[in-house]
Design a protein around this ligand. Structure first.
Ligand SMILES: NC(=O)c1ccc[n+]([C@@H]2O[C@H](COP(=O)([O-])OP(=O)(O)OC[C@H]3O[C@@H](n4cnc5c(N)ncnc54)[C@H](OP(=O)(O)O)[C@@H]3O)[C@@H](O)[C@H]2O)c1
Length: 289
């Protein structure tokens, strides 16, 4: 059953996570729409609106009308602005919004040298994209809407695992002493969002980390993926030796080290993770790779 007040959902950015959340809500019989920059066929059963501000394409006021629940999955644009606020912010106050979810990143906490971060940890974003993200969070908070900022570590799931790179030989087994990554299965993002919507509004935290319980080195997850596939691991390479050969984006991921805690979600809000670890999440993600 959907929450009683969930009448009409609009997901800005019906990509990997947004498309799955929209599908889950629509399956409960709720009127649902997603935006894409270009209409695609992969989410065809869900109503699609075009939102491509760079091309001047915005949904109409009539298409937004009646939205009670909004999920925003679109990252900051190349100027660091939030595209929804920049182009449609003036209309948000006219909507009968009861819940707004904004998908953000645990990158806003910056590098903690591997220490745990929780919702009340200081935000010290070190990367330009994380500084832009924090500014977008703050811009959403300033709107006075019934907002939840959801901070996420690396998202994995079907089609987003190391299986393909192991099979095509592009996987790299990199060792950097002490380095860990946190992650979350996409089904748990969907599950946690639905869990929040079933809570009374005053019990929904305005900031929530959704992460699994098993931050660990990427060499460990790659090793497990290779084990599941029954294939050989590539030669181990030390980060120091290969850092300059990594793309700037990959290097930026390796430049920060932290563990994201989901205790608030699990212990206080009572959400039970479908996949507390990649050890169950990878096998469940395997058939679609
Ligand atoms: N992937 C991760 O590991 C990770 C980790 C932490 C946080 N996050 C954040 O969590 C959110 C969801 O991640 P995801 O992996 O599900 O994202 P995704 O699959 O890349 O989907 C993003 C959606 O936003 C739309 N979009 C992107 N830029 C846009 C723009 N400038 N104007 C209009 N629409 C735009 C895309 O449109 P099209 O459908 O037309 O492409 C897509 O529907 C994102 O904000 C992401 O940055 C991701």
């Amino acid at each position: 059953m959907p929450p009683a007040d969930l009448e009409r959902l609009l997901v800005f950015g019906g990509g990997y996570t947004g498309g799955r959340f929209a599908a889950a809500v629509q399956a409960q019989g709720v009127a649902t729409a997603i935006t894409r920059r270009q209409p695609g066929s992969d989410t065809a059963p869900i109503r699609q609106l075009t939102f491509d501000p760079a091309a001047g394409l915005l949904p109409s006021v009539a298409e937004l009308a009646g939205t009670t629940h909004l999920l925003v999955t679109i990252p900051p644009d190349s100027d660091g602005q939030d595209p929804v606020l920049a182009h449609l912010g003036a209309h948000l106050g006219d909507l009968p919004l009861r819940w707004v979810g904004y998908l953000s990143t645990t990158g806003v906490f910056g590098d903690t040298g591997g220490a745990w971060v929780a919702e009340d940890s200081a935000t010290r974003p070190g990367l330009p994209r994380s500084r832009a993200r924090l500014a977008c969070e703050q811009a959403w908070r300033a709107r006075g809407l019934p907002l939840q900022v959801i901070r996420l570590p690396a998202i994995y799931g079907p089609g987003r695992t190391p299986f393909a790179s192991l099979l095509d030989g592009s996987a790299r087994l990199i060792h950097k002493p002490g380095q860990v990554f946190s992650r979350v299965h996409v089904d748990d993002i969907v599950g946690a969002l639905l869990h929040c919507l079933h809570l009374p509004a005053p019990e929904r935290p305005d900031t929530l980390i959704v992460a699994d319980e098993d931050p660990c080195p990427s060499s460990e997850t790659l090793g497990y993926a290779a084990h599941l596939l029954g294939c050989k691991l590539p030669e181990v390479q030390t980060f120091e030796r290969i850092a300059t050969s990594l793309s700037p984006m990959a290097r930026s991921f390796w430049s920060e080290n932290r563990r994201a805690s989901s205790l608030l979600l699990r212990q206080t809000l009572g959400y039970r993770l479908h996949f507390p670890s990649y050890r169950t999440g990878f096998p469940a993600s395997r058939p679609l790779n």
